[in-house]
Design a protein around this ligand. Structure first.
Ligand SMILES: [Fe+2]
Ligand SMILES: [Fe+2]
Length: 259
């Protein structure tokens, strides 16, 4: 079975760390690990953000450049791509003192050591399931926005809007579609979606179509915008339909996580 989820484990070496790696069953999770703040920070510079960071805040200070657990969390909180990655914090400090030190909004859970391994795994699974739910919600939200932009384009075309403003709308539509496709593809790629390559090709074909429409509108006033938009609409709907298979894939992954 393919590994679908990725975790960065930042914890000093020892039994806890070994147990955690064992629990994050290798057939479900790809686990990268670091044993101190500096090693973790170096790893973070050269790695794509994972689905989850598990960090022991009581990290040893090793080497000349010393980065503690709290400092590392603060650095992660400001780093693109990593600030939204959920973090589970392991600590031996009493609960009450933690919120004062950490950017608490980015912390999915704080677990006091010694911890119950089952509770930790429940937090890990809940955390990833929540991320997947948010991803699907965001895809749906973006689809609604795409449909709205397309509707505006159709209205402009029916109302014979000036070519310059129509073209501006088309360019905005292109830029939104590009970022929507990038959003989907990033997640698909990181989670081994089996139809990724075909989906990517379809996305590219659709982007080419919008670009060629922009060229036509710019160079030829007589082109039939409504006809072009209609064909664009069909292809966009067909992609949204393909996305349903992707969402089913995500739902299956979510189910697997809980079993
Ligand atoms: Fe989509
Ligand atoms: Fe798509």
């Amino acid at each position: 079975m393919l590994v679908h989820f990725s975790t960065l484990l930042i914890e000093p070496p020892g039994i806890d760390s070994e147990l955690l790696k064992l629990m994050l069953a290798p057939e479900k999770f790809q686990v990268k690990s670091a044993e101190c703040g500096t090693e973790a920070w170096n790893l973070i510079q050269e790695t794509e953000p994972p689905d989850l960071v598990v960090i022991d805040i009581d990290l040893p200070h090793i080497g000349e450049i010393r980065i503690g657990g709290t400092q590392l969390l603060q650095l992660l909180g400001k780093k693109d791509g990593w600030c939204d990655t959920p973090k589970i914090v392991l600590t031996s400090a009493p609960n009450a003192s933690i919120p004062k030190q950490l950017p608490i909004s980015q912390i999915a859970a704080i677990i006091l050591k010694p911890y119950d391994p089952m509770r930790l795994m429940n937090e890990v699974n809940d955390c990833i399931a929540r991320q997947m739910d948010l991803h699907v919600e965001e895809i749906n939200r973006q689809h609604i926005q795409l449909a709205g932009l397309l509707r505006e384009l159709l209205n402009s075309s029916k109302n014979n809007s000036a070519i310059t403003s129509f073209n501006k709308q088309l360019k905005h539509f292109l830029s939104f579609t590009e970022s929507h496709f990038a959003f989907e593809e990033n997640f698909m790629c990181r989670h081994n979606y089996p139809d990724f390559s075909m989906h990517h090709q379809n996305h590219n074909a659709l982007l080419m179509k919008i670009k060629s429409m922009i060229d036509k509108v710019m160079n030829d006033d007589s082109s039939n915008h409504l006809e072009m938009l209609d064909s664009l609409k069909q292809e966009l709907f067909s992609d949204v339909n393909d996305d349903k298979s992707y969402i089913t894939f995500l739902q299956d992954m979510r189910m697997q996580l809980m079993t």
